[in-house]
Design a protein around this ligand. Structure first.
Ligand code: BG6
Length: 493
């Protein structure tokens, strides 16, 4: 068993969280801070200001924060919890009315710390007004950074508008656009797998790879986020960001060095090479779906329309697309991306299917399975390489597929840090490698818009699938698209 790397104590910082009493703060940001404090990566000299739009008493907020931390942190340590709570203040800012309470100004002006992070855990519509407000009050310094939560708009135009507004007050090297998938351990391992191992690079191309499949399946529905989700749907919520970012890491050229812009330059080239859709391919190469009532072992599940209590919604909760990266390395290799809510099981995985051997010298048996590299991201972290092996014994060559497996839980005994822990620390360090640059966001929207535009003009409607099933993918995807079967069962850490 190995333990994970040693952590270095970071420079002390001020963190201002807009939406500080919101769902994301309680579920992800504060637990991430707790863990980093617990692991001595941040010191209690750092300060945290949670900003709410409503006036809230300090004690009232701390009670709310504490009870949420007790829910979202397992085996909480009372001393660390106390330390974290002592670092937190609550302030009120309403950018609509230009009101703030006295806590805010005192807090922001009365500091010796240089690094100041503004975390905007709010809807994107608030980003511009918040940035302008901070500027007007003189709270932005050269050492300030701003963190933007996805989704950045609902299409290219709205995302450009948000980015333009923020860019009036922050330079690109101060802007951290979060895609939390990039902070997942297993996603970062994609870089190591590809660029710290020589065996893959020589076969990582159209000459050897049959297809690439990326699946992010969720068993949950839309929960309490129905009103929000209904404006987005699976394509904007998952594909435009998370799945495309995974694809970039799989398909990009090796950067010369591990530098934020070098890495992002390479990712951008992938996004720019994605083949857009037209009136023909939109029908044969994409599927959109919406879940109807269904059931699992635990009971019956409501439909999407029932979940959101809006019975005429045409928002998709499932999307599957086939695409191509039109460049020298990947020319002609089909790439399948799919993601859906209320699927049979939560699992995310990347599958690289290799081509058949060019010639079979074993006459007794025809079916040689192709090699397959499977990178499981969730719920457990695993890498699996399927290969053919000879079945021992005399009397000719009998062989069968066999998987070489690396299960992280068997080899690393530490808790895996949550994506937000890593990403927050990178913001403090000033490392933008795992954050999306503006041109990446623009390129991914351009491609996504070719789907949205054609869905609309070709009147592509949702295919219904039962909640708790694997979605409509298998039966409808044409031109030989085949999904690798989802796992029968998965082991969890
Ligand atoms: C978010 C989406 O970005 O990612 C959610 O808005 C989705 O709809 C979530 O559930 C999935 O993240 P994870 O880390 O649970 O795979």
């Amino acid at each position: 068993m190995m333990t994970t790397e040693q952590k270095q104590l970071l420079e002390d910082f001020d963190l201002v969280i807009f939406g500080g009493d919101g769902d994301l703060s309680f579920r992800k940001i504060f637990p991430a801070l707790y863990h980093r404090l617990n692991e001595h990566q941040i010191s209690e000299r750092s300060r945290i200001l949670a900003v709410s739009r409503k006036e809230k008493g300090h004690d009232e907020f701390l009670v709310q924060l504490e009870s949420n931390l007790r829910i979202f942190v397992k085996n909480i340590d009372e001393t660390v919890l106390k330390k974290l709570l002592s670092m937190v203040s609550i302030g009120m800012i309403d950018t609509g009315t230009n009101e703030q309470n006295e806590v805010v100004d005192g807090w922001l002006r009365n500091t010796q710390l240089e690094v100041r992070v503004f975390y905007l855990a709010t809807p994107a519509a608030a980003f511009g007004p918040i940035a302008s407000y901070l500027n007007q009050k003189g709270y932005i310094s050269k050492q300030s950074r701003v963190v933007l939560e996805k989704p950045l708009g609902t299409d290219l135009e709205s995302s450009e508008r948000v980015n333009d507004l923020v860019a009036e007050y922050f330079k690109e090297d101060q802007i951290y656009r979060i895609d939390h998938y990039l902070g997942k351990e297993t996603v970062q391992n994609l870089m190591v797998l590809r660029f710290a191992n020589n065996i893959f690079e020589s076969s990582w191309n159209a000459g050897n790879i049959e297809d690439i499949q990326i699946t992010v399946a969720e068993s949950i529905g839309v929960g309490t986020r129905g009103a929000f989700y209904d404006q987005y749907g699976a394509l904007r919520d998952m594909v435009q960001n998370h799945l495309l970012q995974l694809l970039c890491l799989i398909a990009m050229e090796p950067p010369a060095i591990l530098d934020a812009d070098e890495v992002r330059d390479e990712k951008l080239k992938v996004l720019k090479s994605l083949r857009p859709y037209d009136a023909t391919t939109i029908r044969s190469h994409t599927i959109r779906g919406q879940y109807t009532r269904g059931k699992t072992g635990e009971g019956s599940l409501p439909s999407y329309l029932e979940d959101i209590e809006k019975y005429d919604s045409e928002t998709e909760t499932f999307v599957a697309v086939k695409t191509y990266i039109d460049n020298w390395r990947w020319g002609g290799v089909p790439i399948y991306l799919r993601s859906g809510k209320r699927m049979a099981q939560k699992y995310s995985e990347i599958v690289i299917n290799f081509k058949d051997v060019p010639h079979n010298i074993f006459p007794e048996k025809k079916d040689i399975d192709n090699n397959r590299l499977t990178i499981r991201l969730q719920p457990e972290e695993r890498i699996e390489l399927k290969q053919m092996v000879k079945i021992p014994g005399p009397g000719g060559y009998r062989y069968k597929p066999f998987a070489l497996e690396l299960d992280y839980a068997d080899h690393f005994d530490d808790r895996f840090p949550e994506a937000y822990e890593r990403l927050l620390m990178d913001v403090v360090r000033g490392n933008q490698t795992l954050f999306m640059r503006r041109d990446e966001v623009r390129a991914s929207w351009e491609w996504v818009e070719s789907i949205l535009r054609n869905w609309e003009s070709e009147e592509i409607t949702n295919v219904l699938y039962e909640a708790g099933s694997w979605g409509p993918g298998d039966s409808i995807m044409t031109e030989g698209a085949h999904w690798v079967s989802p796992p029968k069962q998965s082991r969890t850490r």
